[in-house]
Design a protein around this ligand. Structure first.
Ligand SMILES: Cc1ncc(COP(=O)(O)O)c(C=O)c1O
Length: 458
């Protein structure tokens, strides 16, 4: 059945009748009608009216190599013909996860030589928590089971993912989070630095919040610290350079494992394969998903560092954990082809040497001075624009989030898919963007900022 036989209003009516969406107020959505994205090509998505929109979010931080890659479709097709599915339980394996594991070990930090597969970032974080707690049991320290995370972190939407995350509205709906997970201040200088406090000092102070949480619990009761190298969904919060070295030092001092969540930052977005390499962080686990397949197939890979993996293998016996789709042959075939394309086209180096710096210059140069912009931040191909009423005092517009929604709506109407979280505009370009695509995006953001400022009467 082809969707082309349906009008937009028919599709919207069926959507409203039967489809529950993620993170959605359904009454509001159904009154407005959903935006139906019907096809996509290169850096552009097209809605069902045929409007072309430049995708500033890479789908949902995932379509790094762009849309319309027939090579990935062919890889999936060939694999489906050969072997559409077989499990990796019961001493079985299939070729594509075997080869993908080797490839992933090659590109990952040196101590990351083992991977565990799932279908989503949330699942991978569940696995990570299971493994970390299991590790300390195997080490004869079962009391070491507390996990320290940060407020405003996003680690997924399963019960474990939401509990790890620091989104208070999610916790309220959980009505009973996974116990023994605590949340400390995030390294978000724009909001939490004291007047006059240097970026360096704020980074050290934010890391100290982790040390205080360890001391409060007692190091013998703390299993791990988890963090996104750059908080994504929380608003592309780029930590001061002093933050991660301090976190690393603190984790080592108290023998607390370091879990990195690179679901957004993995596979080239920072200008290195992983932010761990860009920021020189030595982790014990690294969660990845999304751009592993550029979103063409659902697949996650949890990297398990040598320290944990050796104990799991040597002393662990059977690890009672796994998913039907762990190491799915089709998803792994697509991932292999995706990584091949990223390498062949030099996309990681391109972000590091060309588009990343250009993106920074374009956003800083053309948007930071705008009258409703309080700060612009970038790292590789991640960007954030803070919307404020006053550049001097950083006072926000009221009600919270409304001004950013206006910017977002004008951006979309002018052909750029841009996302707002709170009063922060966030950008996650595809890695295939060129300097020209960046200019096109910045033109559209500039226009959206002007129109929103006009609506806001400033
Ligand atoms: C940092 C981070 N971790 C985990 C997740 C959850 O991934 P998924 O939606 O695939 O479960 C996300 C999703 O955006 C994320 O940004």
């Amino acid at each position: 059945m082809s969707y082309q036989n349906f009008s937009l209003s028919q599709l919207q009516a069926i959507d409203a009748a039967h489809h529950l969406h993620p993170f959605t107020d359904h009454k509001e959505l159904r009154a407005a009608g959903s935006r139906v994205i019907a096809r996509a090509d290169g850096p552009f998505i097209y809605d069902s009216d045929g409007n072309q929109i430049l995708d500033g979010m890479a789908g949902l931080w995932c379509v790094n190599i762009g849309y319309g890659r027939t090579e990935l479709a062919e890889a999936a097709y060939e694999q489906m013909k050969e072997l559409p599915y077989y499990n990796s339980f019961f001493k079985c394996s299939t070729p594509t996860p075997i080869l993908l594991s080797q490839k992933l070990a090659d590109i990952a930090p040196a101590n990351m030589n083992q991977v565990f597969y799932g279908s989503s970032g949330s699942e991978a974080n569940d696995t990570a928590v299971r493994l970390v707690r299991h590790y300390w049991q195997l080490m004869g320290k079962p009391s070491k089971n507390r996990i320290i995370s940060r407020k405003s972190a996003y680690h997924g939407s399963t019960i474990t993912g939401a509990s790890l995350g620091g989104m208070s509205h999610m916790h309220e709906q959980l009505n009973g989070a996974v116990p023994n997970i605590v949340h400390v201040m995030p390294p978000y200088a724009f909001e939490f630095a004291e007047p006059g406090e240097s970026d360096h000092d704020f980074g050290v102070r934010a890391a100290k919040a982790v040390e205080e949480a360890i001391l409060e619990a007692g190091a013998d009761n703390v299993a791990a610290f988890i963090g996104e190298p750059i908080m994504g969904a929380g608003g592309v919060r780029i930590p001061p350079e002093s933050y991660w070295p301090e976190i690393q030092r603190i984790c080592r001092k108290y023998d607390v494992l370091l879990m990195l969540d690179e679901v957004i930052t993995g596979y080239g977005r920072t200008g290195e394969w992983f932010a761990a390499q860009a920021m020189n962080i030595e982790a014990d686990t690294i969660t990845t998903a999304k751009a592993l397949t550029s979103g063409y197939q659902p697949l996650s890979a949890l990297f398990v560092g040598d320290r944990i993996a050796s104990v799991l293998v040597d002393k662990g016996g059977e690890f009672f954990h796994g998913y039907t789709y762990s190491g799915h042959p089709v998803a792994c075939a697509v991932a292999l082809k995706n990584l091949e394309i990223i390498e062949r086209e030099g996309l990681v180096e391109r972000v590091r040497d060309d588009t990343g710096p250009y993106f920074r210059k374009a956003l800083m140069g053309r948007l930071a001075g705008h009258r409703i912009v309080g700060q612009v931040r970038t790292y590789g191909l991640l960007g954030a624009i803070e919307i404020v009423r006053s550049k001097e005092t950083r006072e926000r517009f009221k009600p919270a989030g409304d001004a950013a929604m206006k910017v977002r709506d004008h951006a979309i109407a002018n052909g750029l898919m841009l996302r707002a979280t709170g009063d922060t505009m966030i950008l996650s370009p595809l890695l295939i963007w060129t300097r020209e695509t960046i200019d096109m995006a910045v033109d559209r953001i500039e226009k959206a900022l002007d129109l929103a400022a006009r609506d806001l009467g400033v």
